[in-house]
Ligand binder design. Structure first.
Ligand code: NAP
Length: 312
């Protein structure tokens, strides 16, 4: 049986791993579908303390991983589908294996949201629709693309795409960006980026080969419908927490976020089970806050474990 099982290898999970490993708890980290979490799809992280020139997301996660393994963290690729937290030994089930642990730290993060319009899924991944400019931007060199969304992610994606693309139409459903002021200004000042305000995408349009050729849009203020030609459709409309395995077991809010309990940011309703990062935090959602929550969960778990007497 494991002392500590950590789900996820984003900032929260790997920070929890560093702390529990340094506490000699020999944590097992289960790495799900997106190793390294969302930062691995980010180009430059400018607001993580300690990096005055910024740091690239992939490099930061690689360093966290090395730091965690240096103190004895073990990592395994597996995705937990179901859990049983009814007894003192917590059970986690993947498609092929059952894991047992005393402490569980859930840091499963969140996944990019889709719009839910015709053509989106058909052209997702390789045919023009994507949620990751860092991963796919270079495929759209000298082409026109659209970015959908008005938050920091949308601005970051649009700015990154200026390195490759001829023109980026930033389609936002309101007439003001949600992004931080500095990011919004940088985006609106860029001569390759054209905002398309008060507009929603109603369909992703396919060419004769089934690849994206543009989007059908509607202006929500005037009702006017039109098309915007684009080879790439980059979606940046927020995220959905990865909490499905905990439905019916732990408290989730109406958007699927784990609800922290007992005047804590990281405790769940089950003693010994903690949650950290974007699967529980829908307010701050930063790399540094996820790391902070990972640290909190690790310290809580370590203290709780020290108070327990297990028979095995
Ligand atoms: P977000 O802040 O939730 O923004 C989502 C955007 O998508 C909003 O503009 C929203 O419109 C729009 N949207 C949501 N659902 C939509 C739909 N169905 N159709 C059309 N538009 C839709 O998400 P995010 O940009 O991914 O950022 C998440 C968090 O990460 C934030 O806290 C952000 O500050 C942080 N972040 C930071 C950085 C950085 O600092 N480098 C980079 C990326 C993200 P409304 O505005 O109308 O709601």
């Amino acid at each position: 049986m494991e002392n500590v099982i950590i789900l996820g290898t984003g900032c929260a999970g790997l920070t929890a791993a560093i702390y529990t490993a340094r506490a000699n708890l020999n944590p097992l980290v289960l790495e799900g579908g997106q190793p390294g979490g969302q930062l691995t799809t980010t180009s430059e992280v400018e607001n993580f303390p300690g990096f005055p020139e910024g740091v690239d997301g992939f490099g930061l996660m690689d360093n966290l991983r090395k730091q965690a393994s240096r103190f004895g963290t073990r990592t395994q690729y597996d995705t937990v589908e179901r859990v049983d937290f009814s007894g003192p030994v917590k059970k986690l089930y993947s498609s092929s294996k059952t894991y047992e642990g005393r402490v569980v730290i859930i840091s499963t993060g969140a996944s990019p949201r889709l719009i839910g319009v015709p053509g989106e899924m058909e052209m997702f991944g390789g045919k023009g629709v994507t949620t990751c400019a860092t991963c796919d931007g270079a495929f759209y060199r000298d082409m026109d693309v659209v970015v959908v969304g008005g938050g920091d992610s949308a601005c970051e994606e649009a700015l990154f795409l200026t390195r490759f693309c001829s023109k980026i139409s930033l389609i936002h459903r309101r007439d003001e960006l949600r992004a931080s002021k500095i990011m919004a200004q940088r985006t609106l000042d860029h001569d390759k980026i054209s905002p398309v305000w008060n507009t929603v995408v109603e369909e992703v349009l396919a060419d004769e080969e089934g690849k994206a050729r543009g989007v059908a849009v509607r202006n929500v203020a005037t009702g006017e419908k039109s098309e915007i030609a684009a080879r790439g459709v980059f979606l940046a409309i927020g995220h959905t927490p990865n909490t499905k395995p905990f439905e019916g077991v732990l408290d989730l809010d109406e958007n699927g976020y784990l609800v922290p309990q007992n005047n804590s940011m990281v405790r769940t309703s089950i003693p010994g089970v903690y949650a950290a990062g974007d699967c529980v935090d829908h307010v701050y959602r930063q790399a540094i806050t996820a790391a902070g929550m990972g640290c909190q969960a690790a310290i809580e778990g370590e203290r709780w474990l020290a108070e327990q007497s297990f028979s095995g």
